[in-house]
Write a protein that binds this ligand. Sequence first.
Ligand SMILES: Nc1ncnc2c1ncn2[C@@H]1O[C@H](COP(=O)(O)OP(=O)(O)OP(=O)(O)O)[C@@H](O)[C@H]1O
Ligand SMILES: [Mg+2]
Length: 293
Amino acid sequence: MIRPVLEVIDLCKSFPVRSPFGRLTGEVKAVNNVSFSIGRGKVYGLAGESGSGKSTIARMIMGLTPPTSGDILLDGEDIGSTGGSPAHRRKVQMVFQNPGSSLNPRRSVSQSITVPLHANGLPRADRARRVTELLDMVQLPASYAERYPHELSGGQKQRVAIARALAVAPKLLVLDEPTSALDVSVQAKVIDLLVDLGRQLDLTFLFISHDLSLMRNFAEKVGVLYLGSLVETGRTSVVFENPRHDYTRLLLASVPVVSAEEEAMRPRIPLIDGEIPTAEQLLALRKAGGGEA
Ligand SMILES: Nc1ncnc2c1ncn2[C@@H]1O[C@H](COP(=O)(O)OP(=O)(O)OP(=O)(O)O)[C@@H](O)[C@H]1O
Ligand SMILES: [Mg+2]
């Protein structure tokens, strides 16, 4: 059996909740028993509303925050103690939501891209050639190497962030809302670029977004997070055509429809009567002992 590039097994993360005076008053289960895996060269889409735990999962995969319990396997190896190490960083890289704040304004494009090359020990003489190669991959002219972030559009900044992530030739790219700060027309172009790069470089993607319409064309499989739990997961077409969870239906029903083809993919099962409880209501319910734990 070929091992998946990423396996997430029973992952949990709790954060302490403190009163304004710093007293420990409880904990929030930001991620609750989440399991999924991504095969080589595949795209897995993780969806869910704000606060559902998407970024917390991304941060644990990157080794930026330790899990409370559970395992994360990269190429079959538990990242446990290696999380965040240079060897780990060569396998997995991340692209963040806001390229404006993830790029250092005082560094030129070339300087930003060479930071990981430095760390990787690429000889100085080869760096300029590699920067040009990386800019070419993200379809930016070589002359952009000398530009600074304020001289770039949002979409161009995100291309630079992608080039920087690709510098160490990672296997897995974690994309945390990579296009939500961009105009709709630019979003589509960045997604097209990611699809191309994935094919060319045999990349595996974890694509995080609250926008299900973006997942349709990009992700083979999706998982839907609700209050830290994966309430639904499976092939994108199956989940979209036959959503099992009320929350998934609600997410899909709020996706704007732009074509007849997409209209055909809208869930046909009517939404249940009444309202889906908000995160706060559900937490209050759980605290009071109601609802499933
Ligand atoms: N460092 C932290 N300390 C305490 N609570 C945290 C911390 N990081 C995240 N949380 C809480 O964990 C939950 C999940 O947050 P997370 O950022 O993972 O959500 P998200 O799905 O990425 O949301 P968004 O779509 O807004 O980015 C939230 O309730 C959040 O307040
Ligand atoms: Mg987030």
